[in-house]
Design a protein around this ligand. Sequence first.
Ligand SMILES: Cc1ncc(COP(=O)(O)O)c(C=O)c1O
Length: 387
Amino acid sequence: MTNTGAYTYLDYAASTPLDPRVLDAMRPYFLDHFGNASSIHRLGQVAEAAISEAREVISALLGGEECQLIFTSGGTESDNLALRGIIDAWTSPGLPRILTTPVEHSAVLGTARHLADQGRCALDLLPVDRYGMVAPDDVRRAIRKDTALVSVIYANNEVGTINPIQEIGQICREMGIPFHTDAVQAAAHLPINIHDENIDLLSLGAHKFYGPKGVGALFVNHRLRLTAQISGGKQEMGMRAGSSPTPLIVGLAEALKISRLDLTSRNSNFAEMRGWLIDQVLQKVDRAVLTGHPVFRLPNHASFAFQQVDGSRLLMLLDARGFACSSGSACKVGTPAPSEVLTSMGFTKDWALGGLRVTVGKDTRDDDLERFAAVLPELINAARRSD
Ligand SMILES: Cc1ncc(COP(=O)(O)O)c(C=O)c1O
């Protein structure tokens, strides 16, 4: 029911609909080639061959041929495996440190905090600028000899800012520190190259680029030692036990392949729509700012903060008027908590409670955004707090 006219989906950063071509590629592995990829018989071999081919396709598309590619259940598990796997494999004396940012997705930040709370690592957070961007020099300054891992989000889910990953990777490489990036949002839009960008560990998840939910991947540089987090069988080179979900893995590879076709023309189309929307919102709504970087941002991503607006209420009003959007903030009705991403970028609570994220996708049409821009000012007024 995406964009039926009665209801308009503008939340592609949260998830995307499955591309029918991806479903076609997956179907035979649900129905005909259903064998367990670990089985010796020919049905198992067919499944195993499909998984190997998917591994090769994904590695080639992302320049990760020199890495181990571990299939997981999604971005969250990939992030967990990267952080926990590195910390658990630490053998030097003393407590390992994780160096990350306050603008990570909770799959990274929540995991790092959990490890620190359990006394399994120390945690350092890098500063970010008012756009939520990390400065490579700050990474250089913050690395210590007990830093076990640097983890910096590639492109922020809430405000769309793209970090200077290649430079940060270069610094980590020079200083001999493993570098992880959560590319769950970025992989859908940017021509990432793991080798060229000095990335040691990279997380992705298929449902952000028109692939199936429940599958993701973690690239791991061959020279790193990681401790597996799920024990059992020897699947995924012993790094992730459990029968492999062949159809989902095939779907991940197919979705990534398709997303790489026409990337440039699709991105410029998205950026044009997104740019128009940003101009409209900033013109029509008072006490509104764009959040995230004005230039270095995901092409399909517009995000705003509105002063004295209840972000959750705004989302409910938008939903009632037929628009699916997101705030990206953790605020819940009744227990408002300002977005940590926005507060770490310097926004006061007064603004950080009123975040809105609008993300366009392949079914978005110009008139969807025109209708959206026409109703938004009235709904912002209705969601504006009087206190
Ligand atoms: C930047 C980022 N990292 C991790 C995740 C979690 O990914 P998944 O939903 O595949 O577990 C998300 C999902 O929104 C995300 O945006």
